[in-house]
Design a protein around this ligand. Structure first.
Ligand code: ADP
Ligand code: MG
Length: 260
């Protein structure tokens, strides 16, 4: 049974068909990587699922419910989480304060109540930080944390509303290879422990092949391939889009790091 079922989804900007009738599904406990060259329509797809953009056509069903036309906040409340970058204004807050903020909004409390709620759900926030290996750094401002550690805090924030589906658009952008692998290993662990579904985009083919259960490949707004990583690796259409005909991921492994 799929948790997310995207069907014939489409979105144009002026004359550009950013997403041109794509269909795919994500099951609970599954990590699906959405890959494709720059401009393929990955972010547009994400933003239609999370409600930031309204689809022109097609349907997005989450646990049977139609998401097209729903507001981002209501989609979030249903259990569709997404990772956000900690904004500059929040970097002065500590790791635990940032997670407490997320828990506050989960409780539908208002930002203006923050001062009164300084102790609000601190224990819960620490628990979430512990799950991403950041409990010891809970009281350090995010502005002084290592980049990879900030990404862990962002993951804890995204987990605050206990999402059944987590959307991660380029979660490892700007990270060193070792940090990337740590973040994805952590995500994989959360997927298994919580039977959560994850839809993510990623540039590093090494990361995709190491962690994705399945892959969907977009090119110019269309889904050109979908399946297990091994099958995708051997798919001539995918190889053509990425590297030109006749060349395999293996031979061009180094190039995968620069494909955007
Ligand atoms: P990806 O995330 O795969 O790099 P995007 O979904 O961001 O691709 O973009 C897909 C296409 O839609 C691109 O041609 C891009 O220029 C265009 N596009 C995306 N967002 C907008 C927008 N807000 N306005 C106009 N064109 C857009
Ligand atoms: Mg993008």
């Amino acid at each position: 049974m799929s948790l997310l079922a995207v069907s014939e989804l489409g979105k144009s900007f002026g004359g550009v068909r950013a997403v041109d009738g794509i269909s795919f599904e994500v099951a609970p406990g599954e990590l699906l990587a959405l890959i494709g060259p720059n401009g393929a329509g990955k972010s547009t797809t994400f933003n239609m699922v999370n409600g930031q953009l309204r689809a022109d056509r097609g349907s997005i069903r989450f646990d049977g419910q139609e998401l097209v036309g729903m507001r981002p906040r209501d989609i979030w409340r249903l259990g569709v989480g997404r990772t956000f970058q900690i904004a500059a204004t929040f970097a002065s807050l500590t790791a635990v304060e940032n997670v407490q903020m997320a828990l506050l909004s989960d409780d539908r409390k208002l930002f203006s109540m923050w001062r009164r709620a300084a102790q609000h759900r601190r224990e819960d926030a620490i628990d979430l930080l512990a799950q991403v290996g950041m409990a010891e750094q809970a009281d350090r401002p995010c502005s002084v944390l290592a980049y990879g550690d900030v990404k862990r805090v962002e993951l804890a924030i995204a987990m605050a509303n206990r999402p059944q589906l987590l959307l991660m658009d380029e979660p490892t952008a700007g990270m060193a290879p070792r940090e990337r692998n740590e973040l994805m290993a952590l995500t994989k662990r959360l997927v298994v422990e919580r039977n959560m579904a994850v839809l993510f985009t990623e540039h590093s083919m090494d990361v995709v092949f190491a962690y994705a259960d399945r892959m969907a490949v977009l090119a110019r707004g269309r889904l050109i391939a979908e399946g297990a990583p091994a099958a995708i690796r051997d798919d001539p259409k995918v190889q053509e889009v990425y590297f030109g005909t006749g060349k395999t991921f293996e031979k061009k492994r180094a190039a995968s790091e620069v494909v955007r």
